[in-house]
Design a binder for this molecule. Sequence first.
Ligand SMILES: Cc1cc2nc3c(=O)[nH]c(=O)nc-3n(C[C@H](O)[C@H](O)[C@H](O)COP(=O)(O)OP(=O)(O)OC[C@H]3O[C@@H](n4cnc5c(N)ncnc54)[C@H](O)[C@@H]3O)c2cc1C
Length: 403
Amino acid sequence: MHTSLTPEQERLRDRARELASGEVAARAAEVDRTEEYPWDNVDRLKDAGFIGMTIPKAYGGQGLGYLEAVLAIEEMSKACSVTGRIVVETNMGAISAVMAYGSEEQKRLAAGMVLEGDKPAICITEPEAGSSAGEMTTRADRRGNRYVINGKKHWITGGGVSRLHLIFAKVYDENGVEEGIGGFLAIRDETEGLRIVKREPTMGLRGIPEAEIAFEEMEVPPSALVMPPRGLKKGFADLMNAYNSQRVGAATVALGIAEGAYNLALDWSEKREQFGRPINEFQGLQWKLADMSIQIAAAQALVYKAAASAGPTADGRFPDMVMAAQAKVFTSEMAIRVTNDALQIFGARGYSRNNPVERMVRDARMFTIGGGTAEILRTVVASGILGKKLPQTRDGYLKPRPG
Ligand SMILES: Cc1cc2nc3c(=O)[nH]c(=O)nc-3n(C[C@H](O)[C@H](O)[C@H](O)COP(=O)(O)OP(=O)(O)OC[C@H]3O[C@@H](n4cnc5c(N)ncnc54)[C@H](O)[C@@H]3O)c2cc1C
């Protein structure tokens, strides 16, 4: 147990734990098998107040911090990582960027949609621009009193279920001169020219679609542009700072999956007897379980510290970039190891699709990739500790950081 949680935070975590271990856990295998977005869980999360928790009270939210969101995400992800991801994306990522940088109109729109249960999609990655996202070719051309957006994104979480989209594009003025990278808001089924091309079949996390999305002569008014504080020239760095919240969220889902798998393996190790005794009486498994618990405790400390680095509320603030990267690298790699060890402790039973641990192994595999790969995030950490702008990092990495 984390010793520095306030009584309110502990109560919030306990409420999340109750929902997760009951109705959410009961649905997890079916969500994975059917690959259908769990709208019923969205309603449960909404009713329990875990959607839009970080949105300021002035916009209808609860004005809570990222640590509170992390506590809810961790509990959901122990039972159902898809539901954990929904809590991430309705409290962090695109919604954080809009609440920090958006106009009054944009904030009201985004907050309203999220509080209704929409999980916004953040559209950065392109087929030819993955880790090197700044090389994106999606473009927004200013033509009179509108922008016309053309391009293609892929691996967009929520493509086909999300309505609000925050689309990163290179912005060009009337004369075709590039001004920088901006984020544009568009709404599926309302903004003409936004087309869901196809869904990607995935290894895990199957209840949320990953989709390719095309923007074909998609027209938006200038008021759709979320203008970062330092303008378009530094737009990408500022928008990606907002993404640090998402990275902490992704790390939390990985943490929750690892904890869920560990709990199941711990329980099984007491029940399963071989050679006339519970298998946890063999030192080989005792040390495996000990290592799993040590890694989980370390990951949890990194994740909570990164979440708390933003301050007590999420209002316009983001977690520290280096701490967020440290937490995501460690936790994503830890979750792969711990879920694999949990499967091993179950023996053949762990390899059955009837065992939640099988799903957890598949689900955990994603987190060293999406939201910045472990390699790229190590570069972010290196840039921070060396105090150097590295050739493969964006400017903005050298922002002074707390602590
Ligand atoms: C399930 C899932 C959900 C996702 N959701 C979203 C989303 O909602 N929105 C979105 O915009 N994107 C999303 N992504 C995309 C994700 O952010 C990218 O996959 C990621 O940034 C890596 O890009 P890439 O896959 O093109 O890999 P590449 O950039 O092609 O990298 C391939 C390999 O090379 C390594 N590499 C590349 N450059 C370097 C370097 N300089 N130093 C060391 N190693 C390097 C990488 O670490 C990786 O191992 C998602 C991905 C997944 C799997």
